[in-house]
Each structure stands twice: as structure tokens, then as C-alpha cells.
Design a protein around this ligand. Structure first.
Ligand code: GLN
Length: 486
């Protein structure tokens, strides 16, 4: 097996046994990027020098018998929403083009402390608003399984890079599905941890009550190992959970015997692709064979989730994006006639259509006279959605559903109709509204060879169980070992 095909933990094993060096692994990724990224376009910026310097330092630590952790020396990529010291960070937006942050955010600092070389910054929908990577201010990313299709979004660059073997793993963010949906479209494992599990300090904010950081990897164990690095309390994020993370790999092989898994009735709705539905139902039967009890559950407020999310997320975004005014960061419009004109022209030039749409929607929903009718109402419905889950989790340990109603769609197929794009998130956003952990894992392929994702949802801070349930399926199937024929 060539080096780039190794999982993160397989590579870590080779590094440990001195069968490979981090510099070799990093160079292998860099040559893979040279070979395929002209077609995939996952990267916005490659930091070859920074990654190789980190790899050399890692090799020195390993030679001295003092690795910084189990993943020391394993090169990864970052969605370009993570603030990186000295390395341009754009959020996929023209408004931040040329912005070089003066510090590392907490997730990046933790990766560096754990010894992982950072290969560069990965494409995304502008400010993480989208489900296809097509609203990037720079260029779309292509799905390595079919270059005419989207890798999903908004962490589409992260997913495409890992699927295409340009990086061993990557970080993404998930506000309404942006880690899980791209993972489903590219045959990866993607995890949206419990709200508060990973610090968001130094992660450019989209919708602060929904945003979470998480891993995209090729195996369940990799996702567990990478999340372990990130799941620590951080005083710099007031929403960061104080409780220590459990050991995500300890119970990985424990199986599902004796567990109760729930199939939410509302997640098997009309309009779902029949091949997706068949794969998910087959997965449920596989879990039964493995000793789990599978029952149907109901989450009655699911049908309000999309509307609720598309009020709350734009409302919070409109406030978070007020800071991009041409004064402090990135783009500044030229030849302006005063401060107001500077704001208007900078924001008009710098933001793309989807971001402007969200700012308009969100500002409206928060404005005097409409706040109670829209934002406040949405917050109340959000509570009902959370209570649905609380009730269901009294009966079941984990919920099983499709991640996305359809497999990867064609680039350009949905860009003309924002609502059809928003509908891609129906199964992923309730998890964010309720603050729960969610995971997507490979569960099959369509006849046309497109990956299908299975979503697992768990109780708050029960990530370890999601990994265990995911691993029980992965062990019995070989979907994860397939790779795109780029
Ligand atoms: N697709 C959803 C949106 O456009 C979710 C994006 C995300 O999770 N960042 O808002």
C-alpha cells in the first residue's frame, strides 16, 4: 500500500516503527497535491515549507523517542475557517483575501502541540454558508469520486482532500451539516461533536450557537484519535465544555450487542433517493444481525427544523459578519466618500451572493417588530426539537438515519435555487439545533459508484458510543477501503 493510502493511525504506526518518516509522508502528500489538485481544487493555499518544517521537527522528536502524541508527524489539512498564525485565512471570502492572522486558534494550536504538520488551507463555501463548496469566493471544489459533482459543503475542500489522498485527515466545521454531508458525499467519516466539546476560539464564526469543529477522516479510529486531540476545555471559549472527554478509542471494538438503535420515522421522508434509503435500511438490518435492537422512533418537530435553522443561522451570521467593514480586516474599498460609503462599498464588493442573502434574511429576522415573530419563535421551536431528542433518547442509545437525502449532486445543479440547496441539510441540521453529537460513516455506493453516508446521532457528550457503533459497522463492511479512481 502506498504511503498516502494509509489511514492516520496506520501512518502513525509506520512512524512509530521507523518504517517511514513524517518528512516522507508530508512529501507524499505534497506530490499528490501536485498531481491531482489541479482537478480536485481542494486547496486554497498549500504551505509546503511550514508542513515540511513541522515534519522535520516531528522526525527529530520520534528519533529522540519523545513523540508529542500518537498522531505526531501525521500531516493534515484545515478548512480555511481556522485562524492560522502567519498563514492567510480567508473563510473562502474575497472580503478576507490577504488577511494573515497574528495568532493560531485553539484547535490549530492543539494540532501543532500534538505534532501534526499542517499542509495548508482548504476550500469552503464562503463563511461556511452552503452545501456544495460552490459559494466559495474563489472556485468550486470537485468530488474525487466524480469530478463533475460537488464534494458537498461547506467543508467540501476538507472532504475532497482526504478522499483524494492529498491529506491523511482534515478539520472542518459543522453548523448545519458541513462536516457530515461532505463526508457522506466522499466516503469519509465525519464528526460533529457535542456543542461545546471543541473550542471555537480562533475559528471564524458563522452561527455561534450552532458552530462546532470536527474531524474528517477515512476511518472511524482516525476520527476518534483526531477528535481526542481537540476535545479539551479552553477558557478562551465561554461555551467550551469543562467536563473531560472520555477515551474515544478504548471501547471502539465493543460492538453493539445490547444497544437499542432508533430509526426516526421523519427521516425516511418522500423525496429521498431510493438507493440511499435502501443502503440505510440495509445498515439497520446489519446492526440487528450484530445484536442491536432496532426500533422506530418519532421526532415530531423535525419538519420545522429547516425553517428554524434558516432563521437562527442567518440571524447569528448577520451579527457575526458585521465586523467585516473594511476597517480592520482584509478588503478595503478604494476611493470612498466617508465611513458609511466605506462600509457599503467594501461589503458590496467583498461578500458573495449567498452571504448577502443570509445577512439580509438575518437582519430582517432580528429587526424591531419582527424579532418576536421570527427569531424568538424560532428559538422556541428549537426547544421543542431538542425535547423530541431528549424523549427519544430515553428509549434508544443512538439514532440511525441517512446523512443526506441524495448522493453527491452535479456542480451547477442547485446553484440557481437556494431553497433546493437548503433542502440538502434536512437530516443534518436538527442535530445542531439540539446541540447533539453526530457522525457520518460510509454505508454503501449507488449503482453509479457514488458514496452513501449513514448518520448516527447520540446523547450529549456520548461521542465514544457513536465511535463504537460506527466501528461495529465498519468492521463488517469494506466501504471505507475503497478509493476514488482519480
Ligand atoms: N448547509 C448549511 C448552511 O448553508 C450548513 C452549513 C454549515 O454547516 N456550515 O447553512
Amino acid at each position: 500500500m502506498s504511503l498516502v493510502d494509509c489511514s492516520m493511525l496506520e501512518l502513525a504506526g509506520r512512524l512509530e516503527r521507523k518504517e517511514a518518516s513524517s518528512v516522507e509522508a508530508t512529501r507524499a502528500c505534497l506530490s499528490r497535491i501536485d498531481a491531482v489538485d489541479g482537478r480536485v481544487r481542494a486547496f486554497l493555499k498549500v504551505d509546503a515549507a511550514g508542513a515540511l518544517a513541522a515534519a522535520e521537527a516531528s522526525d527529530r522528536r520520534r528519533a529522540a523517542g519523545k513523540p508529542a502524541g500518537p498522531l505526531d508527524g501525521v500531516p493534515v489539512g484545515l478548512k480555511d475557517l481556522f485562524i492560522t498564525e502567519g498563514l492567510e485565512t480567508t473563510a473562502g471570502s474575497k472580503i478576507l483575501e490577504g488577511f494573515v492572522p497574528p495568532y493560531d486558534g485553539t484547535p490549530v494550536r492543539l494540532l501543532k502541540e500534538a505534532g501534526l504538520p499542517i499542509l495548508g488551507k482548504l476550500n469552503l463555501d464562503e463563511f461556511a454558508m452552503g452545501s456544495s463548496t460552490e459559494s466559495s469566493g474563489f472556485h468550486p471544489t470537485h468530488n474525487p469520486w466524480d469530478l463533475a459533482r460537488s464534494p458537498g459543503g461547506s467543508s467540501g475542500g476538507s472532504a475532497a482532500a482526504v478522499a483524494a489522498r492529498e491529506a491523511f485527515g482534515a478539520l472542518g466545521t459543522d453548523t448545519g451539516g458541513s462536516i457530515r454531508q461532505p463526508a457522506a458525499f466522499t466516503n469519509l467519516v465525519g464528526v460533529k461533536p457535542t456543542y461545546g466539546r471543541v473550542s471555537r476560539y480562533g475559528v471564524i464564526a458563522f452561527a455561534s450557537s450552532l458552530d462546532q469543529v470536527g474531524p474528517l477522516t477515512r476511518t472511524v479510529a482516525d476520527a476518534a484519535a483526531l477528535l481526542q486531540v481537540l476535545a479539551v476545555h479552553d477558557a478562551k471559549d465561554s461555551t467550551s465544555a469543562v467536563q473531560p472527554a472520555s477515551d474515544y478509542r478504548a471501547g471502539l471494538e465493543g460492538g453493539v450487542a445490547g444497544m437499542t438503535l432508533g430509526l426516526p420515522r421523519e427521516y425516511f421522508a418522500d423525496g429521498m433517493d431510493s438507493e440511499v434509503e435502501a443502503a440505510v435500511r440495509a445498515a439497520a438490518r446489519a446492526y440487528e444481525k450484530l445484536g442491536a435492537k432496532v426500533v422506530e422512533v418519532s421526532l415530531p418537530h423535525t419538519r420545522y427544523a429547516l425553517a428554524t435553522y434558516y432563521l437562527i443561522a442567518p440571524a447569528e451570521a448577520s451579527a457575526n459578519l458585521a465586523r467585516y467593514d473594511g476597517v480592520r480586516y482584509g478588503l478595503r474599498a478604494e476611493g470612498v466618500k466617508g465611513l458609511g460609503d466605506l462600509y457599503v462599498r467594501t461589503r458590496t464588493q467583498g461578500f458573495g451572493a449567498e452571504v448577502k442573502r443570509r445577512i439580509l434574511l438575518g437582519t430582517y429576522a432580528l429587526s424591531a417588530g419582527y424579532y418576536d415573530a421570527y427569531y424568538l419563535k424560532a428559538q422556541k421551536v428549537r426547544t421543542l426539537i431538542r425535547r423530541d431528542f431528549e424523549a427519544a433518547f430515553k428509549e434508544v442509545d443512538v439514532m440511525v438515519s441517512p446523512t443526506s437525502p441524495v448522493p453527491a449532486f452535479r456542480l451547477g445543479e442547485k446553484t440557481g435555487d437556494p431553497l433546493s440547496m437548503y433542502l440538502m441539510d434536512v437530516f443534518t441540521l436538527p442535530c445542531n439545533l439540539a446541540g447533539l453529537p453526530g457522525l457520518s460513516l460510509p454505508c454503501g455506493f449507488t449503482r453509479a459508484g457514488l458514496p452513501i453516508g449513514l448518520q448516527l446521532l447520540g446523547r450529549p457528550f456520548d461521542e465514544a458510543r457513536l465511535f463504537q457503533v460506527a466501528r461495529a459497522f465498519e468492521r463488517e463492511h469494506d466501504f471505507s477501503s475503497r478509493k476514488p479512481g482519480l
